[in-house]
Design a protein around this ligand. Structure first.
Ligand code: ADP
Ligand code: ADP
Ligand code: MG
Length: 645
C-alpha cells in the first residue's frame, strides 16, 4: 500500500477519498485553487499545496502543477476523483512518466472508451449489445440524415466526445434533423472542441441502468447495477441500487456484458458501463444496449457501496498499489436497497439555474450518509459545480430506503443560498417513483408539480412567528416571560408579497397562544416546541430581521418592523410610544431640543433587534419620559413633543 497519495480534485469527492485513506492509514496531500484556500478538503488532508487561480484551467486542470506538487510532497500516487483530469489519457501518461502511479485505468483503456463511436465499435466486436445506429466517420449532413432515416425516428444525435448530457439532441421527424444537427454540433464544438456526432435509435420508455465494474488489468468483476433513470436534461438527480424490477436473468446478462466490456480493454480499477434499457415491457435480457463506459469512479458510487458493503476507494488504492482483485464474483452479494440524492445550490423555479452563496446555516440528517465538501460558513462559489452534498440512505427494502431518503431530505437545513431540496423532497415522495415506475422521462412529465412552490404550513408559520418574537430559543424563559407575560403582541411577517399578521399571548414560561388569520394555535415547550400537539419543525434560524424555517425545504420570512407602521400611523402625534416591550438602549434628545421629522429619538432593544425610534414630525421636544437602561412596556410614552401650533 502507498504511504502517501495526492488527490487531484476538490469538493465532496476529495473529502470522500481522504476518508478512505484515513481508514487505510495512508497520508494525503490536497491541492487547492485560490478560491478553495479554506475548503473542507484542504482542512481534512495531511498536507495541502496551492496550484493556482480559481478557474479550473488555472488550477485543477493544470496537470503539470499537480504532478510537481505530488513529487515535491513525496506522494507516490495520484487519485483523480471524477471530472477534471480523471478521464484524460495525456495526464495519465504524464503521471506515469514522472514515476508516479495513477489510481485508475491505463491511458490505453481511457482512450479506447474516450470517444463514444470508437467505444461502440469496440464493444460490438466484443459481443456487447450496442444501441442500433450509425457510429461511422462520415460526417456529411446528407449521409447522417440518411443514417437517421435508416435507423428510424425518433433518433438521438450525440457528440462522440460528449459527456454531462451535452451535445445531445432528440429528433422525432426527418424535417427537424438538419436544425438539430447544427445545434448539437455547435454545442459539442464549444464543450469538447470536437463536433463529430453519431446517430442512435432513441429507445422508448428508456431507463438508464449502469453496471459497476472493477478490474485489475487482467480479471474483472461487477458489483451489480445502479438505476439512474431519474434525470433532468440527461443529468442524474436521484440514483438507486439495485434497479427496481430487476430480474436475476437480466442482472446476469448485464453483469456479464459489463465484465466482457472491461476485460476487452484490460481494465484496471473502478469503472461504470452505462446501458440504455427499453423498459416499455418490463426488464428483459434482450432489451439493453451499451451506451458508454465511464473510466473513473462515478458520482453515484456510494449506492453500490451501501448494498455491497465494499469501500470502492479502498479497492482502488489496493489494486493501484499492485494487489489483485480483492474478491471473486461469487463472493459479492446485494444487501438491501440504497438511494442517493444530489443536493445542489440551484434555483429550481428559475429553471434550475446554478446558484452561489455563503452557507450561513447547514445541518444534515444524522441517519443518512452524507458526502459533502462544505461546512457551515463555507461558500458555494461560481467557479465549480454547485453541489452541496450527496444524501445516501440504505434500508432493508426499497420502500424503507426511500422513506429514509425522504426524511433525510426533509431534515436537511440550508440557509444562505437557494437549493433543490424541495424538488428532491417532491421526487422522493412521488407516487410513481415510489412504485418503482422509473424512466428517464418521469421528471419532465411531472415537472410542474415537482417544482411547484410549496406554501408554509401552519406549524411553520407559528414557528416563524415565535422566532420573530424572540421566543423560539431557550433564553426567552429567563427574560421573555416577565417581559411579555401580560401583553398580547402583534407580529407581522412578510413572505414575498404575502403578509401574515399574528397575535401572540404568552400564558406561561412554556405556553404561548398564537393567533393567525382568526385561528388560534397552542405552542408548548416540552424540551422542543410542540405546536397544536405535534412536534414543531426542528430548524428555525433567526438572522437579524430574517427568519428561516426548515420544514421540508426552507421557508424564509422578513420580520416587518412595527415601527415602520407606527411612525406612519402616528405622523403628527405628540407622543412617541414604545411599540413593544423592550429595553431603552439610548436616548438622543433633550427637552427643548428642536427635531425634524425622521430624526433619531431613541433606540429600543426588543426581539433581539435594535429598533430606532424616530420623530414622526418636525417639532420641539417638550419632555423626555425615559432614560437609557429603562425597561418599558409596549405603549409606554417615551418622548413628548410640544403641541403643534
Ligand atoms: P456521473 O455519471 O458520474 O454522474 P457526470 O456526467 O454527471 O457523471 O459527471 C460527473 C462529474 O464530472 C460532474 O459532477 C462534474 O464535476 C464533472 N463533469 C462532467 N461533465 C463535465 C463537463 N462537461 N465539464 C466539466 N465537468 C464535468
Ligand atoms: P453522457 O456522456 O452525456 O453521459 P450518455 O450517452 O451516457 O451521455 O447519455 C446520457 C443520457 O441520455 C442517458 O442517461 C439517457 O437518459 C439518455 N440517452 C442516451 N442514449 C439514449 C438512447 N439511445 N435512447 C434514449 N435515451 C438515451
Ligand atoms: Mg453517460
Amino acid at each position: 500500500m502507498f504511504a502517501k497519495i495526492l488527490i487531484a480534485n476538490r469538493g465532496e469527492i476529495a473529502c470522500r477519498v481522504i476518508d478512505s485513506c484515513r481508514r487505510l492509514g495512508v497520508a494525503t496531500v490536497a491541492v487547492y485553487s485560490e478560491a478553495d484556500r479554506d475548503a473542507r478538503h484542504v482542512a481534512m488532508a495531511d498536507e495541502a499545496v496551492a496550484i493556482g487561480g480559481a478557474a479550473p484551467a488555472d488550477s485543477y486542470l493544470r496537470g503539470e502543477a499537480i504532478i510537481a506538487a505530488a513529487r515535491a510532497s513525496g506522494a507516490e500516487a495520484i487519485h483523480p476523483g471524477y471530472g477534471f483530469l480523471s478521464e484524460n489519457p495525456e495526464f495519465v501518461d504524464a503521471v506515469e512518466a514522472a514515476g508516479l502511479v495513477f489510481i485508475g485505468p491505463s491511458a490505453r483503456a481511457i482512450r479506447a472508451m474516450g470517444l463514444k463511436d470508437a467505444a461502440k465499435r469496440l464493444m460490438a466486436e466484443a459481443g456487447v449489445p450496442v444501441v442500433p445506429g450509425y457510429h461511422g466517420a462520415e460526417q456529411a449532413e446528407a449521409h447522417l440524415a440518411q443514417a437517421a432515416a435508416d435507423v428510424g425516428y425518433p433518433v438521438l444525435i450525440k457528440a462522440v466526445a460528449g459527456g454531462g448530457g451535452k451535445g445531445m439532441r432528440r429528433v422525432d421527424r426527418a424535417a427537424d434533423f438538419a436544425d438539430a444537427l447544427v445545434s448539437a454540433r455547435g454545442e459539442a464544438r464549444t464543450a469538447f472542441g470536437n463536433d463529430a456526432v453519431l446517430i442512435e435509435k432513441y429507445v422508448r420508455a428508456p431507463r438508464h441502468i449502469e453496471v459497476q465494474v472493477f478490474g485489475d488489468g487482467s480479471d474483472a468483476v461487477h458489483l451489480f447495477e445502479r438505476d439512474c433513470s431519474l434525470q433532468r436534461r440527461h443529468q442524474k438527480v436521484i440514483e438507486e441500487a439495485p434497479a427496481p424490477g430487476m430480474t436475476p436473468e437480466m442482472r446476469a446478462a448485464m453483469g456479464e456484458a459489463a465484465v466482457r466490456a472491461a476485460k476487452a480493454i484490460g481494465y484496471s480499477g473502478a469503472g461504470t458501463v452505462e446501458f440504455i434499457v427499453d423498459g416499455s415491457a418490463g426488464l428483459r435480457p434482450d432489451r439493453f444496449w451499451f451506451m458508454e463506459m465511464n473510466t473513473r469512479l462515478q458520482v453515484e458510487h456510494p449506492v453500490t457501496e451501501a448494498i455491497t458493503g465494499i469501500d470502492l476507494v479502498q479497492w482502488q488504492l489496493r489494486v493501484a498499489s499492485g494487489e489483485g482483485l480483492p474478491c471473486r464474483q461469487e463472493d459479492l452479494s446485494i444487501t438491501g436497497h440504497a438511494f442517493e440524492a444530489r443536493l445542489y445550490a440551484e434555483d429550481v423555479p428559475a429553471g434550475f439555474l446554478p446558484a452561489t452563496g455563503r452557507l450561513s446555516h447547514l445541518r444534515f440528517a444524522e441517519a443518512a450518509r452524507i458526502e459533502t465538501g462544505v461546512r457551515e460558513g463555507d461558500t458555494i462559489s461560481p467557479w465549480y459545480d454547485p453541489m452541496i452534498a450527496k444524501i445516501v440512505t440504505h434500508g432493508p427494502t426499497r420502500g424503507a430506503a426511500l422513506r429514509q431518503l425522504a426524511r433525510a431530505i426533509e431534515a436537511t437545513e440550508v440557509a444562505g443560498t437557494v437549493t433543490n431540496l424541495r424538488f428532491l423532497g417532491a421526487l422522493a415522495r412521488h407516487a410513481g417513483f415510489g412504485r418503482g415506475e422509473v424512466d428517464t422521462g418521469l421528471i419532465e412529465r411531472d415537472l410542474a408539480s415537482l417544482v411547484a412552490e410549496a406554501e408554509p404550513g401552519r406549524a411553520a408559520l407559528v414557528a416563524a412567528v415565535l422566532a420573530a418574537a424572540g421566543l423560539w430559543e431557550d433564553a426567552w424563559r429567563l427574560s421573555g416571560f416577565t417581559l411579555w407575560a401580560p401583553l398580547p403582541r402583534r407580529i407581522t411577517l412578510r413572505r414575498g408579497e404575502a403578509e401574515t399578521a399574528a397575535v401572540i399571548r404568552v400564558e406561561g414560561p412554556d405556553r404561548v397562544r398564537v393567533e393567525i388569520e382568526g385561528r388560534e394555535s397552542l405552542a408548548e415547550r416540552r424540551g422542543d416546541w410542540w405546536i397544536d400537539g405535534a412536534k414543531a419543525p426542528g430548524g428555525v434560524v433567526r438572522q437579524g430581521a430574517r427568519v428561516e424555517v426548515f420544514a421540508g425545504g426552507a421557508f424564509g420570512f422578513d420580520v416587518v418592523d412595527p415601527l415602520e407602521r407606527d411612525v406612519a400611523h402616528g405622523a403628527g402625534a405628540d407622543v412617541t410610544l414604545s411599540p413593544m416591550p423592550g429595553l431603552v438602549k439610548a436616548v438622543f434628545v433633550k427637552a427643548a431640543q428642536t427635531v425634524a421629522r425622521g430624526d433619531r429619538l431613541a433606540v429600543l432593544e426588543a426581539m433581539k433587534m435594535e429598533h430606532t425610534l424616530t420623530a414622526a414630525r418636525d417639532g420641539v421636544v417638550a419632555e423626555v419620559l425615559v432614560a437609557a437602561g429603562a425597561q418599558v412596556e409596549a405603549g409606554a410614552a417615551l418622548v413628548r413633543l410640544e403641541a403643534e401650533a
